[in-house]
Ligand binder design. Sequence first.
Ligand SMILES: Cc1cc2nc3c(=O)[nH]c(=O)nc-3n(C[C@H](O)[C@H](O)[C@H](O)COP(=O)(O)O)c2cc1C
Length: 322
Amino acid sequence: MKKNDNNKTGNNKAGKGVTKLPSMAVNVAGLKLSNPVMTASGTFGYGLEFAPYLDLSRLGGVVVKGLSPKPRPGNPGPRIVETPCGMLNAIGLQNVGVDAFIEEKLPKLRKVKTRVIANIFGESVADYVLVAKKLDGARGVHAVEINISCPNVKKGGMSFGVNPKEAARVVRAVRKATALPVITKLSPNVSDIAEMARAVEEAGSDVISLINTIPGMVIDIEKRMPVIARGIGGLSGPAIRPIAVRMVNEVYNAVSLPVIGIGGIMNASDAIEFMIAGASAVQVGTASFVDPQAAEKVVDGIADYLVRHKMSAKKLTGSLQK
Ligand SMILES: Cc1cc2nc3c(=O)[nH]c(=O)nc-3n(C[C@H](O)[C@H](O)[C@H](O)COP(=O)(O)O)c2cc1C
């Protein structure tokens, strides 16, 4: 049987000998994915770096490293440390800048048959708008994902993502700047995630993704110094998964927008958990550091599950029994 037989997605290795495979395709507010599995921003470079290790065209989408108006060198090292069931990072949003992304990375990336989602960030609303406008006309970009976990320099460095009014301001401005589907990526560092979700829905976001990392610290007790040069880093990996699943479920119940689940997805079971909680699609992050083929394995595992349960990916979303 060919990979594409009886399966709109073409991404299903499961069910050899089975004539009809459940559909893996999902339409996330106009962003049509062949299956619900994407890679998370900052953990998969610009996608192309992973081409030697897995078939990028088998992924629903690739979310590229966060893009800013100008290139950024990032923070000095050490900027990554392993933690129990996860890792801490303080990369400092290192990236090539939106222009170099469009000129150098995108021409190669658009040859790959997958969806490309550009993650964007800035230190002011004007930064976000500038990057969004440049990407709007760029062939091969299928959606933008707004990272609002960034310091707003005009507001004394407070993150856009912790204040519903500031978050809404960014989303409203980006919404006007692009015709592409707008995904807003929420920060978990708030006491009421549903309030943030409602604020960005009201401001015109098409989709909500969550969660970004949770601030943490690791100390070298011999040096009595933080291991990460910046002191604090963002915690990711399986350690944060139950928090992320809870937040996805709260957001799913609070808004009518589609939700993308992120946080500690290491395998298909983890991804399925997010979908049952309400996610229409998922992103695989830290797992790609452990196994560069992790995202592709998640696609296969979801396919197996859907065959076993005789249901489509779409039906899985929000199927949590009370
Ligand atoms: C090294 C590293 C870099 C990251 N860079 C970004 C980024 O540029 N933009 C963004 O929105 N999220 C970034 N993230 C957050 C991830 O996309 C994801 O939301 C988070 O790591 C939780 O998922 P995970 O536990 O599967 O890794 C980064 C995470 C890591 C580990």
